[in-house]
Ligand binder design. Structure first.
Ligand code: CP
Length: 312
């Protein structure tokens, strides 16, 4: 594997989950693999889990991680081709990616969407520019439309906690005060489509994810109906896709409560706003898998880095 930019880069999710479980059992087994190799982590946006778990994964493989907050700390990067750079950008991605490639054996990038320009976001301008102009492999640490490290983590977590051979998994929209990206919902949907699970999505009218992502996954606009007999309820807010980036609905009745959850396990990628997305009683109970999910971020990242190092 050269790059990991999307859940579509996973050839067989069951094999990948098995490999991630092996890594989790013995995280330092491949410590020699990354010796004298450098992972560069470039953040255009904030992070807690991705930043720390990906560094931890690199350290477990013997790599040296180096981190940069690009927004604010680096020169403003220009992505447009042929731009007369007499504005706020001081360095072109062609030079920036080539230079960072000399310092790093793998480059990992986080760059969120604008949520104002659908075409630009769907073009994955930042991630694709790094893939094009870097001479080393590129890992997506959450881009405009996908969060494939999170999606792989979530698949691993469901596999670990499933009590039946084909669990029912529900992706439920929940309210939020701000406009949030579609990336987590998109990658979770793509991961579930690759797994042998009974998968449905529930969200209010006007909040359907891109049909290019949801494909034939059932979308149920009645949350109560969707949650029936669920084994896993994965909760996430996203802004409208049709009315791109807009907050159309903050209806608190979509918040997940202990009563709605029933016997199902609760999942969320974190960070989560308590008593907006989900009530305290869920997060503070054994039904919540959010801490286990965050732990699995290390092993998902480690598997991805290991596959890239083995390919190199
Ligand atoms: N889930 C996740 O990606 O967390 P961070 O934004 O803190 O990295």
């Amino acid at each position: 594997m050269k790059n990991y930019t999307s859940i579509n880069d996973i050839d067989n999710i069951d094999t990948w989950i098995s490999e991630a479980k092996e890594i989790k059992e013995n995280p330092l087994k491949h410590k020699a693999l990354g010796q004298d190799k450098t992972l560069g982590l470039l953040f255009f946006n904030s992070s807690l889990r991705t930043r720390l778990s990906t560094q931890k994964a690199a350290l477990n493989l013997g790599m040296n991680p180096i981190v940069m907050n690009v927004s604010g700390d680096a020169w403003g990067i220009e992505f447009g081709d042929g731009t007369v750079m007499n504005g706020n950008t001081a360095e072109h991605i062609k030079e920036a990616a080539a230079v960072v490639s000399q310092y790093c054996d793998i480059i990992a990038v986080r760059a969120f969407p604008t949520l104002t320009d659908k075409a630009k976001d769907e073009s994955e301008q930042v991630l694709k520019a790094f893939v094009e102009y870097a001479s080393v492999p590129v890992v997506n640490m959450e881009s405009a439309t996908g969060h494939p490290l999170q999606g792989l983590t979530d698949a691993l977590t469901i596999s670990e906690h499933a009590k039946t051979s084909k669990p029912k998994v529900v992706l439920s929209w929940a309210p939020h005060v701000k406009a949030l990206p579609h990336a987590v919902g998109n990658s979770f949907t793509q991961a579930m489509q690759k797994m042998d699970v009974d998968f449905v999505i529930t969200n209010p009218e006007g909040y359907d994810l891109s049909p290019e992502i949801t494909k034939d996954t059932p979308i149920i606009h009645n949350q109560e109906e969707a949650l029936k007999d669920a084994d896993f309820v994965y909760v996430k807010n996203w802004s409208s896709y049709d009315d791109y980036g807009k907050v159309l609905n903050t209806d608190p009745s979509w918040m997940i409560t202990k009563e709605k959850l029933g016997d199902a396990k609760f999942m969320h990628c974190l960070p989560v706003r308590r008593n907006v997305i989900v009530e305290d009683a869920v997060l503070d109970s054994d039904s919540s898998l959010v801490i286990q999910q965050a732990n699995n971020r290390t092993y998902a990242a480690q598997l991805v880095l290991k596959k890239i190092l083995e390919n190199g």
